[in-house]
Structures are given as C-alpha cells and as structure tokens.
Ligand binder design. Structure first.
Ligand code: PAF
Length: 283
C-alpha cells in the first residue's frame, strides 16, 4: 500500500491510474478502524480496480464542544489493518495540507442537514460535505463507499452529488455490529463495560419496532413512542432523538402506507458517548 500525504502527489498518482482506464473507489475514514471499515474496504475491492482509503480527522465537522481532540487515533494500527485488507493507497494528510492558512470556502447544503443530527450538531454536515467534496476532487474517484450506520450522512452526500452534478457513484454498505448487536463505531471504545452491555438496547429496540410495524403499526407517533419506551428500559441511556422518516427525502408523515420505504433513526447518550443507529424497513 502506498501512503501519500500531499494533494499534489495524490493528483499525479491518480492521474496515472486514470490513464490506465482504471476505476477508483474511495473509502473515506477518520481512522481508528474497526470491522465496519474493513467491510467497506472489502466491498470497495469488488466495486473497482484501485482502492484509496483516506484517513483524516476532519476538524471542520466537529462542533466547538465536541470530541475532536479526544477522537481516537492510532496511525500504526490503522496502517497495518489497511495493508492486510489489500488497500492500494492511503491518503493521510495533515490538517494544514487540507485547510491551508487562507482557506475560507464553506459549503451549506440546507435541507436535511438541519434536522435530526443537524439539530444537535448544527455545523456537522456542512463540515462533512466540505471534506468529502475535497476528497472526491483530490482522489478523482469514480465510486464512494460509505456505511449505513451514518445513514443521514450518506443522504447528505448523495444530495451534494446530485445538486452539484458530481460524476460519482455512491454505494451504501450495511451496518456491521458487535456480538450484542451494537453498531460498530470508533467511539464504542469510550463505553464502560456496563454501558456497552446496555447499549445493545438500540438495536434491540429497532428490531422490535420493525416487527411491530410489519405487524401493522403505521402511525409515526406510535412508532416513535414504542421505541422511546423500549430504549428507556436501559437505566444509563439519555435519548437525543428518535424519528421515523421516509427513505431518502426524510419526509415526516403522520402515517405510513404499504409501498413506503421508511427509516427509523436514533441517537442516544451513554455517559459522554453519543451513539447513533438506524433501520430501513420496506412496507
Ligand atoms: O463517516 C466518517 O468517518 C466521516 O464523516 C467522513 C465521511 C470520513 C468525513 O470525514
């Protein structure tokens, strides 16, 4: 695996790859890789000829009181994992390489960036969109692969791709879970043993709600209340939001109907750790 730290070298390497007519797949990450990331990489290898992973903890997607400084980092560990997975290139820039002294451009997508995650984290998705657009441009990728765990993020990126007419195919890869059903996340390492055990309630509640919905529960309020009640059986949980939306558009209906594809999204705190999860249900 070739490690590149500058934009100019990435441009020239990717130009060579393009000249050979090869398809480039990007797997953007903030590092501290887990099996969820590795499944993205394995998936990426099936989608194109050359896989470039990026490792960059993007300061612009963290709010002032969020965990940018605390975000877990372990470059050597990540590099070994990427090498073992057969990644071709790793783009690993410094913050100064991505946001030089005179950097001032901002992206503001509006729409779905302002709801759910966007309420608690108002500048988060503008920061994500900015870095992802830069990474798409730097790597000249044809395909971008992102995990379903960050469902709203995927839809924000898809919206940016559509609105800005980017010639990039996006692929959503399924959520990879711990043995107890908790969605894998770099932040899970901050959970105590007891919090980790209790956090299994997120996935359990989503699965129980799916059964209820397929059994006929169709009113949005009832669905949200059912999940909230189920989540609150954990003594350590603090709920940020639970919401059920129409897939892709995030339209909030009072009641869902056969043929709708809906998504239940939730965010909860266990101590100082914020976890998100979701489930997609075809009615
Ligand atoms: O999902 C993430 O890890 C990040 O938001 C991403 C897409 C790598 C952008 O920094």
């Amino acid at each position: 695996m070739k490690i590149i730290t500058t934009v100019s070298e990435t441009h020239s390497e990717m130009n060579k790859v393009k000249e050979l007519g090869k398809k480039i797949v990007i797997v953007p990450t903030m590092g501290y890789l887990h099996d969820g990331h590795l499944s993205l990489l394995n998936h990426a290898k099936e989608l194109g000829d050359v896989v470039i992973s990026t490792l960059f903890v993007n300061p612009k997607q963290f709010g002032p009181n969020e965990d940018y400084d605390k975000y877990p980092r372990d470059f050597e560990r990540d590099r070994n994992l990427l090498e073992k997975t057969g990644c071709d290139y790793l783009f690993y820039p410094e913050v100064s390489e991505m946001y030089g002294e005179h950097f001032s451009t901002q992206i503001s997508l509006g729409g779905i960036t302002k709801i759910l995650e966007g309420v608690t984290r108002p500048t988060h998705y503008d920061g994500v969109a900015l870095i992802v657009l830069k990474l798409f441009n730097i790597t000249k990728c044809d395909v971008g692969i992102f995990g379903q765990k960050d469902y709203q993020q995927f839809m924000v990126i898809q919206k940016m791709v559509n609105d800005l007419n980017l010639d990039i195919q996006l692929v959503m890869a399924p959520i990879i879970r711990e043995n107890n059903g908790l969605a894998m996340s770099s932040r899970n390492r901050f959970l105590s043993q007891e919090e980790f055990t209790q956090a299994a309630i997120l996935n359990k509640s989503l699965i129980a709600a799916k059964e209820k919905i397929l059994g006929g529960m169709r009113k949005r309020n009832e669905i949200n209340k059912f999940i909230t009640k189920s989540l609150l059986t954990s003594s350590l949980i603090k709920i940020d939001y639970v919401e059920t939306v129409i897939d892709f558009t995030f339209v909030l209906m009072d009641e869902f109907h056969s043929g709708d594809r809906i998504v239940i999204l939730l965010a909860c705190w266990f101590g100082t750790t914020r976890l998100i999860d979701n489930i997609i249900i075809q009615l």
